[in-house]
Design a protein around this ligand. Structure first.
Ligand SMILES: [Zn+2]
Length: 410
C-alpha cells in the first residue's frame, strides 16, 4: 500500500504532503503524488519514489542558519545589528554586538548581554538566565532566551526566564536529527482523545505532536492543550462572564492552536531527549516572547509553562499534562507566575534580596563574602568563576550574581 491514497485524504492534502517538505518514513526517500493506476489503485496516491509499498511520512526538522550559533553572519551581520540596535537601543547593544553568533557564551558574556537588553530585570533572574545560556550554549542575541516581566510596574511584578521554541529544537537537534511524524502537530480528534485519555476534553483544544529520531527509530509523543473559554469577574454585571480564551499576543499572530502546539512539542522534545533539556523553563514562540519581554504580561493573560492552566470552574490551577517533570507549578497560587528551576539550585530570588544586593569595594571583600555566605575558599571561588576579572567592579558584581545564583539555596 502507498503512504496515503486520495480516498484516505483529499487530493489537496496529498499535494501538500509530498517532497521536498516531507520524506518517506521507511527509507527517507522522496515521496510524490501520482496516479495509482499502475498499482491497481483507482485514485491518486502519495507514494515513495523507491518503493510504493513503503509507509509513513515525516517532516525532518532543519534549523535555519540564523538559528545556529556560530553561523557566519558577516554579510547578514550588518542588517541584523541594525535591527538589534533599533530594538534595544544602540548604546546598549553596541557593547555586546561582538557576542552575536557566539557559540559558547561564558556566564559573564551572557550576563553582559542580558544586562544590555533587560537592565531592569532582577539580578538573580539575569544570573540564572546567564547560567542557562552558558550551560546550554544559548545566546539571547539570537532569540534563544528571553526575560519576561509579569505584572510590570505593579507591586507584584516578577520576572521569568523563557526559552524560544527554536532554541529548544536546536538543543534537541544537537543530539541528532529529529522529525515530525504522523502528520503532526495537529488537533487530536475526539476518537484519538478517548483512546488516549479515556474521554474527550470538549472544553479544550488538544494538540498532539509525534517526534522521531530517524537514526535510532525512537519516537516520542507530546500533548498540549489550551482551554477554549475563560471566565472573568464582571463588576458591572456582578457575575462571571465567559469569553473565548484568546492567548496573549493574539494580535501578533499567536493563537490557541499555537499555544497548545508549543506545549505539546515541548513535552515531546523532553521525552525524545530525556536528560538533555533544561527542566521547568517556560517555552514560547519567539515572536510572542519578544513582544512579551518588552511589554510584560498581566496575570489576566495567562501564558504559563507546560504544566498549568486555570481551571475555569474553580479558578484554581490544575495539572494539564502528564509530564511529571513539569508538575511543580500545580500548587502555586494563581497570582504568581511560574517560578521554576533551571536544573541548578534555586537563585533564591525574592527569598533573601539582601544577599544579592551586597556590594564589595574590592576583591578582598568579595572573597570574604564568598567564604562567609557560601563557605567557598579562594581556589573554589576561582574554579567557579574563572571568567571574571574581580578587580573590575562591574565584573565583580556579575561574579557575585553568579555565585549567588548557583550556591544560594532557597
Ligand atoms: Zn521509502
Amino acid at each position: 500500500m502507498p503512504i496515503y491514497t486520495e480516498k484516505q485524504k483529499d487530493y489537496e492534502w496529498l499535494k501538500r504532503h509530498q517532497s521536498p517538505g516531507y520524506v518517506c518514513d521507511t527509507c527517507g526517500g522522496n515521496i510524490r503524488v501520482c496516479w495509482g493506476g499502475a498499482y491497481g489503485i483507482d485514485c491518486y496516491i502519495l507514494a515513495c519514489f523507491n518503493d510504493v509499498n513503503h509507509t509513513g511520512l515525516r517532516r525532518d526538522f532543519a534549523l535555519s542558519p540564523a538559528n545556529i550559533p556560530g553561523f557566519n553572519l558577516s554579510d547578514a551581520g550588518k542588517k541584523r545589528r541594525k535591527k538589534l540596535e533599533q530594538k534595544y537601543g544602540s548604546k546598549n547593544i553596541r557593547a555586546v554586538a561582538k557576542y552575536e553568533g557566539v557559540v559558547s557564551l561564558s556566564r559573564s558574556m551572557a550576563g553582559e548581554i542580558l544586562e544590555a537588553i533587560w537592565p531592569e530585570a532582577p539580578a538573580a533572574e539575569k544570573a540564572r538566565a546567564a547560567l542557562l545560556c552558558s550551560t546550554q550554549q544559548l545566546n539571547p542575541l539570537m532569540k534563544h532566551v528571553f526575560l519576561i516581566p509579569f505584572n510590570k510596574d505593579k507591586p507584584n511584578e516578577s520576572w521569568a526566564t523563557v526559552i524560544g521554541i527554536n532554541a529548544k529544537r536546536l538543543m534537541a537537534s544537537r543530539r541528532g536529527a529529529f522529525s515530525y511524524i504522523d502528520d503532526t502537530p495537529r488537533i487530536m480528534t475526539e476518537e484519538e482523545q478517548v483512546k488516549r485519555f479515556g474521554s474527550a476534553k470538549k472544553d479544550k483544544l488538544v494538540v498532539i505532536v509525534k517526534l522521531k529520531d530517524p537514526q535510532t527509530g525512537a519516537e516520542a509523543v507530546g500533548y498540549g492543550e489550551w482551554p477554549l473559554k475563560k471566565r472573568a469577574w464582571d463588576n458591572s454585571k456582578k457575575q462571571y462572564v465567559e469569553s473565548d480564551n484568546e492567548p496573549y499576543g493574539t494580535d501578533k499572530g499567536n493563537s490557541m492552536f499555537n499555544m497548545a502546539t508549543i506545549r505539546g512539542e515541548s513535552q515531546a522534545l523532553n521525552r525524545l531527549r530525556p536528560g538533555d533539556m533544561p527542566q521547568g523553563i517556560m517555552v514560547m514562540d519567539e515572536a510572542i516572547a519578544e513582544a512579551a519581554s518588552k511589554e510584560g504580561i498581566d496575570d489576566a493573560n495567562v501564558i504559563e509553562g507546560e504544566a498549568r492552566v486555570l481551571d475555569e470552574t474553580t479558578g484554581e490551577i490544575t495539572e494539564t499534562t502528564t509530564d511529571s517533570e513539569t508538575s511543580s507549578g500545580a500548587s502555586e497560587s494563581q497570582k504568581e507566575p511560574v517560578k521554576e528551576e533551571t536544573g541548578h539550585e534555586s537563585s533564591g530570588q525574592g527569598k533573601e534580596p539582601d544577599l544579592l544586593s551586597l556590594e564589595f569595594k574590592n576583591e578582598g571583600e568579595f572573597r570574604t563574602a564568598c567564604l562567609k555566605h557560601f563557605k567557598l575558599s579562594k581556589s573554589q571561588t576561582d574554579k567557579e568563576i574563572p571568567e571574571f576579572d574581580l578587580s573590575n567592579p562591574g565584573q565583580r558584581k556579575l561574579a557575585w550574581q553568579t555565585i549567588v545564583a548557583v550556591y544560594h539555596k532557597a
